[in-house]
Design a protein around this ligand. Structure first.
Ligand code: COA
Length: 322
């Protein structure tokens, strides 16, 4: 039996969609309420390549039958991120090992460290066998949508000196500096276990580029910002894929350390969930998903208080690429 690994040309839509399907199926085995990137979003993401990121898309076949897939990305100077999935019926035959070897070959010279993600002990065993070590474990928490009437009844509101602004789409110009600054503080502060931290500069251009790419890929960005005395102190963001709104993603939430413990995080999340309801496509949304480090007790508790429950646990592993 010989395993054949080939590059997927993202401009070949049929092949790209086939590749995305293998990744999706491989990562879904044995899990409930799984989010996976839609074929539309995949096409939009890869057919207009990111200007500075190197991406690798690989398909593994046995006798011409696709059995596994890998996706990896590297920004120069940062750890590469790799996802590898093998269809259930073809596991333990060296397919993942062959895919990871090809990822390493393709990214050698671009990155020196790599990371990979898994939801299973088998995935952890595989990554360890390849010299990676557990960096962080995160709870994947989900809550059904629409939220029940009165879901937030009894929860305290925002403190009186805190102003919460919510909108959908690009950040208004007058809020942009504060948004970019908080986004970079989030990357300094978010619990990352033993993973290597790389600083994200407060870069307004990067915020605008990201907004543009996300909206081209069909995402509605639902955002809230908290201010005290006119100064930005916290933010939160939800991503809703307009062509595939079933599963909505609760992305970053950050509150500056000096104002933590006052209910600003909860007020931001509640305001943002209300704003989400104003996006017409959210009528088709079945649940909201978020990731929180298992060590981040304040955020796990906040999420539980608004109805989130754990679906499974993500393990991120890191190690040398070469
Ligand atoms: C993890 C996954 C990609 C492994 O794919 P695979 O093709 O079965 O893996 P391989 O056959 O190449 O295994 C290579 C090595 O990984 C380890 N490994 C793989 N499966 C294992 C298992 N069920 N139990 C223990 N170790 C295992 C072993 O060391 C194995 O070498 P060996 O067979 O010589 O002992 C596959 O189970 C999968 O798709 N899981 C869901 C997606 C996922 O979690 N991906 C994350 C990858 S980090």
């Amino acid at each position: 039996m010989s395993i054949h690994v080939t590059d997927v040309d993202p401009q070949n839509t049929a092949r790209l969609v086939q590749w995305n399907g293998i990744l999706r199926d491989g990562y879904s085995v044995g899990r409930q309420k799984v989010w996976s990137r839609s074929d539309d979003a995949t096409r939009l993401q890869f057919q207009k390549p990111h200007p500075t990121r190197r991406s690798v898309l690989l398909l593994a076949e046995i006798d011409g039958v696709p059995v596994g897939a890998a996706e990896a990305h590297a920004h120069p100077g940062e750890p590469a991120d790799a996802e590898i999935a093998v269809l259930d019926a073809f596991r333990r035959s060296g397919v993942a090992r062959a895919l990871l070897a090809a990822v390493r070959d393709a990214l050698r010279g671009t990155a020196t460290l790599m990371r990979t993600e898994t939801y299973s002990d088998v995935g952890v065993a595989f990554a360890r066998s390849e010299g990676l070590r557990v960096g962080v474990r995160e709870s994947r928490q989900v809550v059904d949508l629409p939220l029940s009437e009165g879901a937030f009844d009894g929860l305290p509101g925002a403190p009186s000196d805190v102003e919460v602004l919510s909108w959908v789409g690009a950040c208004p110009d007058e809020l942009l500096d504060g948004w970019a600054r908080l986004r970079s503080h989030m990357s300094d502060d978010v619990p990352m276990g033993d993973l290597t931290r790389t600083a994200l500069p407060a870069d307004v251009e990067a915020v605008r580029r990201n907004e543009e790419r996300m909206s081209e890929q069909g995402y509605a960005l639902v955002r809230s910002l908290a201010r005290v005395d006119g100064e930005a102190v916290g933010y939160t963001e939800i991503l809703l894929s307009r062509p595939d709104p079933k599963i909505v993603l609760q992305d970053d939430t950050f509150v500056e350390e000096r104002v933590r413990g006052r209910g600003i995080g909860r007020a931001l999340k509640i305001a943002n969930l209300r704003r989400l309801e104003s996006v017409p496509e959210s009528a088709g949304s079945l649940f909201l998903q978020t990731y929180t480090a298992l060590t981040n007790e304040p955020m796990l508790a906040l999420n539980r208080s608004i109805g989130f429950e754990e679906a499974d646990v993500l393990t991120v592993l890191e190690g040398p690429l070469g």
